[in-house]
Design a binder for this molecule. Structure first.
Ligand code: MEV
Length: 306
């Protein structure tokens, strides 16, 4: 058996963070930074893992378990080797990418045809087995790639038009604890269901508006909608001082709009901005203590590599 190599992209959540956990829609784009998983025959009859850049190997183990459970124990002992084009600290979805890539690599290795829908179901279950919480949007993004409209916890996954997305990304330097922040929001939801439901409904409305404006290429309006989205996220209590200072810096330097991306508390902020302002916005983010991450949105989904 030869080595099988598969890669899956990281992601950035554009709009709809947190509300998506409650079945509302979100828009997510796959990014050019990819995570690679290779499977090759084991030299001794045991499984081996060589997973630099993957902070939590439980996702690889959960993917193998999901594959063995669904497809019969057909995977012989292999060496699983990973390589990541991005830091697991950025919040770009390395856990989902490694889960999806491992499952797809196993399918290729054992010669099993797998549809995107089946791959999604298995990946989502494997991620949930480890993480306990999460909407599954990150697995969908890693599988389908491009920019995706994700709703009803994965019952609706459709491509969204988003050409020439003028995205700027700033890393806060802080790794967010997604599970803890999602649990905090769940507590708020339980304590103030009506108020939080109103916030999620309002977020759903603006995500819908953003899909339309993205398709029209009206990025100025998308920026405004990102600003509104950020206000609701702030209201939910998931922003942080560092995120706010990078957002203020980006807007002060001419961004159309900016918000946190993902769970909040840290990770990355995103902004959309006119091309001619890009340089000064990046400088402003760095002056505010952020690290600009150069990515290209709308990257292809999971794929076999030569
Ligand atoms: C985290 O990247 C995004 C959240 O919406 C959680 C999820 O959808 O799994 C906060």
């Amino acid at each position: 058996m030869n080595t099988i190599t598969v890669s899956a992209p990281g992601k950035l959540l554009l709009l709809g963070d947190h509300a998506v956990v409650y079945g509302k829609p979100c828009l997510v784009t796959a990014v050019s930074e990819r995570l690679t998983v290779s499977l090759s025959p084991s030299h001794d009859n045991a499984m081996h893992f060589d997973t630099p850049g993957v902070s939590d190997t439980r996702f690889v183990a959960a993917a193998i378990e999901a594959a063995q459970g669904s497809w019969g124990n057909r995977l012989p002992p292999v060496l699983v080797a990973t390589k990541s084009g991005f830091s697991g600290n950025y919040g770009l979805g390395s856990s989902a990418a490694v889960t999806v890539a491992t499952l797809y690599a196993i399918a290729e290795y054992i010669g099993r045809k797998v549809t995107p829908g089946e791959l999604f179901r298995l990946s989502r279950n494997a991620i949930l087995a480890v993480q306990k919480v999460g909407s599954g949007f990150d697995a969908a993004s890693a599988i389908w790639g491009g920019t995706v409209w994700y709703e009803h916890l994965g019952r609706t996954i459709t491509p969204a038009a988003s050409d020439h997305m003028p995205l700027i990304v700033g890393f806060t330097g802080v790794k967010a604890d997604t599970a803890a922040i999602v649990a905090d929001v769940a507590k708020k939801y339980a304590a103030q269901t009506e108020r939080v439901t109103r916030i999620f409904d309002a977020i759903a409305d603006l995500v819908m508006g953003a899909r339309e404006k993205m398709a029209e290429g009206d990025w100025e309006r998308v920026g405004k909608l990102m600003d509104f989205n950020q206000e609701y996220l702030r209201d939910l209590g998931v922003s942080s001082e560092k995120l706010e200072s990078l957002i203020v810096a980006a807007k002060g330097a001419g961004a159309w709009g900016a918000k946190l991306s993902g769970a909040g508390g840290g990770d990355c902020m995103i902004a959309v901005a006119p091309k001619e302002k890009r340089g000064q916005i990046e400088k402003a983010i760095e002056a505010a203590g952020g690290q600009v991450i150069h990515i290209t949105p709308n990257a292809p989904g999971v794929r076999r590599e030569p």
